[in-house]
Design a protein around this ligand. Structure first.
Ligand code: FE
Length: 284
């Protein structure tokens, strides 16, 4: 019998709004975030009603971490202080390393139709928080999509996907936190056994259908996030069919002090970020 990772907690996303009034679901984030280390937040946005997304995210700052935006549907225009302009489209990913500072806007480039996707915040280690900002606009063609022997389509956004039969590096590889970010499209009756290194955090988020997690009595339903224990195997199966994000990474084990879009290791560094932002030096 394989030793499976245990489910430590299950939670439902909370409706909220951010930016200039974009309706979204905060899957996790806020107090108690240490339990999700190295991740800081996951938002899901999804609406067919332009009133709920059209205001977008006008210029705003970030410092101390990375933002990963994965679009399922819709188009979003990114502009930042470095002069980058990008169009994020369905199936694409924007990987932005805010590090010591980015000021950017994220605005819908459509007036109707569906807008759907996710934004994940990934922490940076203390040694990289004041490093250079960076940005990668990853068009859908650059993101590997494979089908496992069990018929599950896998979008391999980051890290290495490996189920013991198929192995595929993702579009992005990052040091220190070694994130894995996969989107599983599971047909009814399929299963998948993704490998994750012992000691790494594992989060599973079901955004369509429901899955069974081996070793766990209850099913994980739509819009539910499960946090798994540190070691053991993972096996997911579904009777209904499901779409599931697997997000994993190596915890940093450093203090986390967050004030809105600034995430540092101490109160003093947050005060410095606020001063730098006020004095127009955040990105200097
Ligand atoms: Fe932002």
């Amino acid at each position: 019998m394989p030793q499976f990772r245990k489910v430590l907690s299950i939670q439902a996303g909370q409706p909220t709004s951010d930016g200039a009034g974009v309706k979204l679901t905060r899957v996790f984030g806020g107090p108690g975030i240490e339990a999700f280390d190295p991740f800081l937040m996951l938002d899901e946005f999804g609406s067919e009603n332009p009133d709920e997304y059209i205001a977008g995210f006008p210029p705003h700052p970030h410092r101390g971490f990375e933002t990963v935006t994965y679009m399922l549907e819709g188009r979003m225009r990114h502009e930042d202080h470095m002069g980058n302009v990008g169009l994020l489209q369905g199936g694409g990913v924007q990987w932005m390393t805010a590090a010591r500072g980015v000021i950017h806007s994220e605005m819908p480039e459509q007036e109707e139709g569906a807008m759907r996707g996710f934004q994940l915040w990934l922490n940076l280690p203390a040694k990289s928080k004041m490093g250079d900002a960076g940005y990668d606009d990853i068009q859908p063609e650059r993101i590997p999509r494979i089908t496992t022997q069990n018929g599950v389509d896998v979008v391999v956004i980051a890290g290495q996907f490996d189920d013991g039969q198929t192995s595929q590096p993702g579009a992005v590889q990052r040091p220190d936190t070694e994130p894995q970010y996969f989107d599983f499209h599971m047909p009814a009756g399929s299963h998948i056994s993704p490998r994750v290194a012992d000691g790494h955090r594992v989060l599973l988020y079901v955004y369509e259908g429901e899955v069974e997690i081996a070793g766990q009595p209850q099913k994980l339903g739509t819009s539910r996030l499960a946090r798994l224990s540190e070691s053991g195997e993972i096996q997911l199966s579904t009777q209904t069919g499901a779409r599931v994000l697997l997000i994993a990474g190596k915890p940093l084990g450093e203090p986390i002090v967050q004030y809105g879009p600034f995430v540092m290791n101490s109160r003093e560094e947050i005060e410095q970020a606020l001063r730098d932002f006020r004095d127009d030096k955040l990105t200097a």
